[in-house]
Design a binder for this molecule. Structure first.
Ligand code: DGY
Length: 324
């Protein structure tokens, strides 16, 4: 075992065993003290890293002398400093496709839960408050045959459009960097400018990558364009939305409800959102099913092994230099 791999977050047990059979493996353990200090020490003589959910950049990687690959168990790669990795010729791999349907399921879960007030009415029932039928003030919103506006028609956005169109007979609008005529055909989806989409949609789902263009894409002005019965869902990244503006829009009932899986700062420990009954808050579980997390870990493992074996990985974020 001449190669060393650092595991920087929890990893599927079977995949960890596969790694241990092939490489010398060191696992970062938050119970053993400062994680960044551990990373700095462990990457010194590491060839590869695998994991998710940690910011990796010059600060905690500068000791790495022969690091060739970081294999992320995620499709999103906003946690990694791509410029730094490129400058050091470190491959960054990710796990697209295997989580698409699962994450679209979760987006729909949020649409349904927020529109039909599922967590709120669940608490009400369990709290023994069901003494007579629900009052008008507790009614939800219909989902079927409404207008679903999708911001970001990538893989997950398209999987969501499919559910909306075929499952719920919804009218699909989308906003994307580029128009996608092929999707427009399949789901009868109509391209809109962002303001148009915000004004016309009953349900608005954010499914974009986080990058300089999408940071704080949805703020006070954008919430002001939404309809009072609109349900806003974010399954992308928290920083795409101005969270204070969202809290205000929910508090003042400028919109009907929100369903959130992601936040500007995670894990979310304290937030004004927790005091609001018209928001469903989930702990970033878009891809968190046993089957999908296993597939993601397997793909991340395969990517890592490919790079360390000198072949092209299945999914790479920065194929910017020739492999050697
Ligand atoms: C992803 O894969 O990017 C999901 O958001 C989980 O982090």
């Amino acid at each position: 075992m001449d190669k060393k791999v650092v595991v920087f977050s929890q990893l599927n047990r079977e995949i960890l065993t596969q790694l241990e059979q092939k490489y010398e493996v060191a696992v970062v353990d938050p119970r053993q003290g400062d994680v960044n200090q551990q990373i700095l020490k462990l990457v010194e003589n590491a060839d590869g890293m695998i994991g998710a959910g940690r910011l990796l950049n010059e600060t905690n990687l500068h000791t790495a002398e022969r690091l060739k690959v970081i294999s992320s168990v995620s499709v999103g790669y906003d946690n990694y400093d791509l410029n730094y990795l490129n400058s050091k010729k470190i491959w960054l791999c990710n796990t697209p496709h295997v989580l698409t349907e699962t994450t679209a399921d979760l987006a729909f879960t949020l649409i349904l839960s927020a529109a039909r007030r599922v967590p709120e009415l669940d608490r009400w029932t369990k709290g023994g408050q069901w003494k007579r039928t629900v009052a008008t003030a507790q009614f939800g919103q219909d989902i079927h045959a409404k207008t679903l506006g999708i911001i970001g028609l990538g893989n997950i956005g398209a999987a969501l459009a499919k559910r909306g169109h075929y499952g719920f007979g919804m009218n699909i609008l989308y906003h994307n960097r580029h128009e996608k005529p092929e999707s427009a055909q399949v789901f009868n989806a109509q391209y809109c400018t962002l303001p148009e989409l915000l004004k016309k949609s009953d349900f608005i789902v954010v499914a974009v990558d986080l990058n300089t263009d999408s940071k704080a894409l949805i703020g006070k002005d954008e919430f002001a364009l939404m309809q009072p019965h609109a349900v806003f869902v974010n399954i992308a990244r928290g920083s795409v939305v101005d969270e204070n503006a969202l809290v205000q829009a929910l508090k003042t009932e400028q919109i009907f409800a929100a369903g959130l899986d992601v936040y500007a700062s995670e894990p979310l420990q304290e937030s004004e959102l927790f005091d609001l009954s018209n928001v469903v808050t989930l702990p970033h579980i878009g891809s968190a099913t046993a089957e999908t997390r296993k597939k993601m870990a397997q793909l991340a493992y395969d990517n890592l092994v490919s790079v360390l074996d000198g072949t092209l990985p299945e999914a790479t974020v920065n194929p910017l230099f020739s492999h050697n």
